[in-house]
Design a protein around this ligand. Structure first.
Ligand SMILES: *[C@@H]1O[C@H](CO)[C@@H](O)[C@H](O)[C@H]1NC(C)=O
Ligand SMILES: *[C@@H]1O[C@H](CO)[C@@H](O)[C@H](O)[C@H]1NC(C)=O
Ligand SMILES: *[C@@H]1O[C@H](CO)[C@@H](O)[C@H](O)[C@H]1NC(C)=O
Ligand SMILES: *[C@@H]1O[C@H](CO)[C@@H](O)[C@H](O)[C@H]1NC(C)=O
Ligand SMILES: *[C@@H]1O[C@H](CO)[C@@H](O)[C@H](O)[C@H]1NC(C)=O
Ligand SMILES: *[C@@H]1O[C@H](CO)[C@@H](O)[C@H](O)[C@H]1NC(C)=O
Length: 504
């Protein structure tokens, strides 16, 4: 009897202990810890971990997905100043979980009113660098519209974390550090060089005091402060000064066949993209089933073709200087935002000659987006927006699973994002694997490039059906995504840019 009693008491005590442990565990979240990149309620995938955290903190404070995306972008404009900034433009795709509605905001840079087809004379350089290449930034107007429609926190609250970072300084991240080493220049001297004249080291503290002032002004006075008044005048004065400068300047199907079809589809996509011109004019064609079917018919399984087969209108230039942010908020709403300031390489050339595209009066780094009119000076028209590869995507399944995805890397964007989606949704790789997998890219001259470690059997197989294979040393594709399925949220920021997601 004693034994039985003892056993019962021990069992009861164990139950109590288990109950307390469970309570403590549930209460403090112990035991609910998930692997990295897995979250419970909400998450942000920006390039820089610091900026994913800024976005996450906005969500925790009750901000909407849009609030978090804006705050994370203002932060990215500092931490990855080579990728985006308020001197550039962006596209936002926004999903409202309550209504199930998706909207897009086009805040891409626009050619100035005085822009003319002959503004660059015969100079391709001028269309790439210098004040003339600057299009009217759309970034702040884009944030304004998104915030007016979907903001929950006050506008100025979205700026505060970045004002603090810009004033107090933050550790120089590896992505920007590597970029600086590659592109040493004077713009950078102002902002990123130590007293010894060397590029600042990784993790050294950097500050943006001028830009902090500008952020504060826009935060307190509102978006118009960027486009009107003293700030706008200072910006225009710096741009005008720049304008006068002369610059010398795993599959079970036939794996090979599947990749052959993917590569052929990319060829058509790149060729047809050149017909778009201003996206406002012809976008319906790109998204129509009839059009897709017509192109699919032309894909031949046994061979590839000359460039002309794909009927491109002209060759597009390559570009970079872009960032992507994916957000899913606690209410299930989501934002995919891709922002750019375009080429830095050409900007660097300019800066060597006097630091023009950096507006020293406002701390703003400006875009050279007019160069995106396909390297064709005669394509520039006042009020038009240059074509773009940016593709902020939100996919929703019938069961309510949401995938928010997008990327950076100029012409690599569409390929990298499409492959990540295919890897994940068709081939069943998890989000991390899907984004990390090596990509295959077809350039505008129809050469096929494989990222290192791409499956060799596919490479050999594609060679055998006539694809021209060439090897690139540098890929600069970066994809950031957040996915919500039931109560699980995965968020992954591409390690190609040393990214890190954040959530809770
Ligand atoms: C734009 O063009 C008008 C008319 O030619 C001219 O008066 C004005 O000064 C120009 N503005 C700029 C900023 O160049
Ligand atoms: C552009 O090139 C054409 C033909 O070479 C030449 O006649 C013309 O003067 C050039 N225009 C400018 C603005 O340099
Ligand atoms: C979604 O739409 C509903 C209904 O219009 C609105 O009340 C809610 O604020 C919206 N949510 C966001 C995040 O915009
Ligand atoms: C910079 O800081 C990060 C985070 O603390 C660390 O992982 C990294 O190794 C540091 N880099 C260098 C070069 O010290
Ligand atoms: C776009 O679609 C329209 C209507 O279907 C068609 O007439 C036109 O040729 C298409 N444009 C291109 C560039 O294929
Ligand atoms: C994704 O797949 C990789 C490789 O199989 C694995 O190491 C990782 O833990 C997976 N991530 C998740 C969140 O399941």
């Amino acid at each position: 009897v004693n034994m039985v009693k003892k056993t019962v008491i021990v069992a009861l005590m164990m139950l109590v202990v288990a109950a307390v442990a469970t309570f403590v565990g549930v209460f403090f979240g112990v035991g609910k810890r998930k692997p990295p990149n897995e979250y419970f309620k909400a998450a942000v995938a920006a390039d820089a971990g610091l900026c994913s955290e800024v976005g996450r903190d906005i969500l925790i404070k009750g901000g909407s997905a849009v609030d978090a995306a804006i705050a994370a972008m203002l932060c990215t404009g500092l931490v990855n100043a080579h990728s985006m900034g308020i001197g550039g433009g962006l596209f936002l795709t926004i999903y409202n979980a309550t209504t199930g509605k998706v909207e897009t905001i086009d805040a891409r840079e626009t050619a100035p009113r005085n822009a003319t087809q002959d503004m660059f004379g015969n100079s391709t350089d001028l269309s790439l660098t210098g004040g003339l290449a600057i299009a009217v930034p759309g970034e702040i107007r884009g944030y304004e519209m998104a915030h007016r429609r979907h903001g929950k926190l006050p506008w100025k609250d979205l700026f505060q974390p970045s004002i603090d970072l810009a004033e107090k300084g933050f550790p120089l991240g590896r992505a920007l550090h590597i970029w600086l080493l590659k592109h040493q220049s004077l713009i950078i001297t102002i902002l990123f060089c130590g007293e010894d004249g060397d590029v600042r080291k990784e993790n050294e503290t950097i500050m943006f005091p001028k830009l902090a002032e500008t952020y504060r002004k826009i935060a307190t006075e509102g978006p118009n402060a960027f486009y009107e008044g003293q700030l706008a005048q200072n910006l225009v004065a710096d741009i005008a000064a720049a304008g006068t400068m002369f610059i010398d300047l795993e599959l079970t199907e036939n794996k090979v066949l599947t990749y052959h079809r993917i590569v052929e589809a990319f060829r058509f996509a790149y060729a047809k993209r050149t017909l778009l011109g201003d996206p406002k004019f012809l976008i319906q064609n790109m998204t129509s089933d009839v059009y897709a079917d017509a192109l699919r018919e032309k894909i031949t399984d046994d061979t590839t073709h000359d460039t002309n087969y794909y009927e491109p209108q002209f060759i597009l230039p390559e570009n970079h200087g872009t960032t992507h942010i994916s957000v899913v908020a606690e209410d299930g709403s989501a934002v995919a935002a891709t922002s750019t300031i375009n080429h830095y390489d050409s900007m660097v050339l300019l800066c060597r000659f006097g630091g023009a595209i950096y507006s020293s009066r406002t701390g703003i780094i400006l875009n050279n987006e007019l160069s995106d009119f396909c390297g064709r000076a005669d394509a520039v028209k006042a009020g038009e927006q240059p074509p773009s590869s940016m593709t902020p995507v939100i996919l929703e399944s019938k069961s309510g699973r949401i995938l928010v995805i997008g990327g950076s890397g100029g012409s690599l964007i569409t390929t990298a994002v499409a492959l990540s989606i295919m890897n994940h949704l068709w081939l069943g790789m998890n989000l991390t694997e899907a984004i990390s997998a090596p990509i295959v890219f077809v350039d505008s001259k129809n050469n096929v490039h494989f990222e290192p470690l791409f499956d060799k059997t596919v490479i050999d197989g594609l060679k055998a059906v006539g694809h021209k294979i060439t090897h690139w040393k540098y890929f600069f594709n970066v994809v950031n995504a957040v996915e919500k399925e039931g109560g699980c949220i995965s968020a992954f920021s591409d390690i190609r840019k040393m990214g890190q997601s954040a959530g809770y």
